[in-house]
Design a protein around this ligand. Structure first.
Ligand code: FAD
Length: 386
C-alpha cells in the first residue's frame, strides 16, 4: 500500500498543533493532522482556564504572546467567531516589600519590550478588585492589554478555519512511528495507515518525550499536574485576571478571573510540584484553593463551586517552550514544552513556525525565536513568571 502524500503532517491537534495547521494551510500547504483523541483540543487545551498575557520576564515569550493577543482580540472582527475574549488585563497584588522590588525590577524589562504595564497603588488595586483584603496591601502591577478567552471556543475557531482551508484531521489515530531515510523524515505511521510528507511538526504536548523517543531524540518535557475549578455565575464585579504570587502551605501561587459568562475560574500552582500524568482530581485541592480565594477576597466565601478538574503542564526545565527545526533530521520541527501557557503561546508560535517552515524565517526577530531553541542550555535562564 503506498503512503498518502502531504506537504506537512502535524502530530497533535492541541493548543499549538491546531493553529499551526491553520497557518500552514493559509500558506498554501496540503496539511494532515494526526490526533489520538476523538476531536481537537481534547488533550490539555481543554484544561486551560483561559488566561492570555504578554506579561513575562522572558523576551521571547513577551513577543510571541503579544502576537497571540493581537490574533485573539481581532478574531471576531475578522472571522466572526466569538472567542469569549475580554480585555480585562492581568494584575498582581503585592503584600511584601520583597515582591514589590522584584516586580518593579521586572517592569523595566517588560517596558523595554513595549509592554503596557505599570505599578498601581493600594487604592487603585482596591478599586480594581473590590473587596480585596486591604491589610498590608502595597499595590501591584497591572497590564491592561492582557485578557482572557474561552479555550474551547478559541481552539474550535482555529479548527473550523483550518478545515475550511483544506486541512485534513484524522482523529482516533495515534502516531506510533516515523520513517527517516538518509537523515530526512519521510513518513508518519499510525495503526491505521502510513502518511508521507517532507515536513513533520511534533506538537504532542505532554507526550512530547515519548514522541521524541520514536525518533531517537531526547525532548526534555515532563508533565506536571495542575488543578482548576469554576464557580456558579455571579454578578460581574472585577475585570482582570488576578495572580497572587504569595506562597502558602501546599501552593506556590494561585490565580483567578471572572469569565465572559460571569463565572469565577481559578487555578493553583502546587508546591512541591506534582509530576506525572494522573488527571484524577485530588481531595486536597478545593479546600486549599478555597482558603486562598477567601484570604485574598473574603467576599467570595459564599460563591458555590460548580466543578474542578486536573490537567498537565508540559514543562521544560527552564519554563520556556521548544520551537525549532531539528538539525539531525531534515524536515522535522518541534513545537512542544508550552508549560502553563500553551493557550496563550499557541497562536503566536503557529504564526512564527509556519513562517519558518514556508519562508525559512520567523515573523519575529530570528534572535527572539532563537531563545526557544531545542539546543539551548536548559539551566541558563528561568522564566520568573512561568
Ligand atoms: C489547570 C490548567 C490551567 C491552565 N491554564 C492556562 C491558561 O490560563 N492559559 C494558557 O495559556 N495555558 C494554560 N494551561 C496550559 C495549557 O493548557 C497547555 O500549555 C497547552 O494546552 C499545551 O498545548 P500543546 O499543544 O502543547 O498540548 P495539547 O493541547 O495537549 O495538544 C497535544 C495533542 O497531541 C496529542 N498527541 C499526543 N501524542 C500523540 C500521538 N502519539 N499521536 C497522536 N496525537 C498525539 C494529544 O492527544 C493532544 O491532543 C493550563 C493547563 C492546566 C492543566
Amino acid at each position: 500500500m503506498s503512503a498518502e502524500i502531504y506537504d506537512a503532517i502535524i502530530v497533535g491537534a492541541g493548543s499549538v498543533g491546531t493553529p499551526t495547521a491553520m497557518k500552514l494551510a493559509e500558506g498554501g500547504l496540503k496539511v494532515l493532522v494526526l490526533e489520538k483523541n476523538p476531536s481537537a483540543g481534547q488533550g490539555q487545551n481543554k484544561a486551560a482556564i483561559g488566561g492570555i498575557r504578554a506579561t513575562f520576564s522572558d523576551p521571547g515569550k513577551i513577543e510571541i504572546c503579544r502576537r497571540s493577543l493581537e490574533i485573539v482580540s481581532t478574531w471576531n472582527e475578522k472571522y466572526g467567531d466569538d472567542l469569549g475574549w475580554q480585555r480585562g488585563g492581568y494584575c498582581f497584588p503585592v503584600y511584601t516589600e520583597e515582591l514589590e522590588n522584584k516586580l518593579k525590577d521586572l517592569l523595566v524589562i517588560q517596558r523595554k519590550h513595549g509592554l503596557n504595564i505599570d505599578w498601581i497603588d493600594a487604592e487603585a488595586m482596591k478599586e480594581m478588585i473590590p473587596g480585596v483584603n486591604p491589610e498590608n496591601l502595597r499595590g501591584g502591577t497591572f497590564s491592561p492589554d492582557d485578557g482572557n478567552v474561552s479555550p474551547l471556543r478559541t481552539l474550535n475557531a482555529f479548527y473550523k478555519r483550518a478545515v475550511k482551508l483544506g486541512v485534513e484531521f484524522r482523529f482516533n489515530e495515534e502516531v506510533t512511528g516515523f520513517t527517516v531515510n538518509s537523515g530526512r523524515i519521510t513518513e508518519v505511521k499510525t495503526a491505521q495507515g502510513v502518511y508521507s510528507a517532507g515536513t513533520v511538526v511534533i506538537a504532542s504536548g505532554a507526550d512530547a518525550k515519548e514522541t521524541g523517543e520514536m525518533l531517537g531524540l531526547s525532548i526534555p518535557v515532563t508533565p506536571d499536574t495542575h488543578e482548576a475549578g469554576i464557580t456558579e455565575p455571579v454578578e460581574s464585579f472585577f475585570s482582570p485576571l488576578v495572580v497572587d504570587l504569595r506562597e502558602r502551605p501546599g501552593s506556590a501561587n494561585f490565580y483567578f478571573y471572572q469569565n465572559y459568562e460571569h463565572q469565577i475560574v481559578f487555578c493553583l500552582t502546587p508546591n512541591p510540584p506534582i509530576w506525572g500524568k494522573d488527571r484524577r482530581s485530588t481531595s486536597g485541592y478545593l479546600p486549599m484553593v478555597a482558603r486562598r480565594l477567601i484570604e485574598l477576597v473574603p467576599r467570595l466565601k459564599n460563591v458555590r463551586v460548580r466543578r474542578v478538574w486536573r490537567g498537565l503542564y508540559p514543562m521544560t526545565p527552564d519554563g520556556i517552550p521548544i520551537v525549532d527545526k531539528v538539525r539531525e533530521i531534515e524536515g522535522l520541527y518541534l513545537a512542544v514544552g508550552l508549560c502553563g501557557q500553551g493557550l496563550m503561546l499557541g497562536p503566536g508560535i503557529a504564526e512564527n513556525l509556519s513562517s519558518l517552515i514556508i519562508d525559512g524565517k520567523p515573523v519575529v526577530d530570528r534572535e527572539i525565536l532563537g531563545e526557544f531553541t531545542f539546543y539551548r542550555n536548559y539551566n541558563a535562564a528561568v522564566e520568573m513568571l512561568k
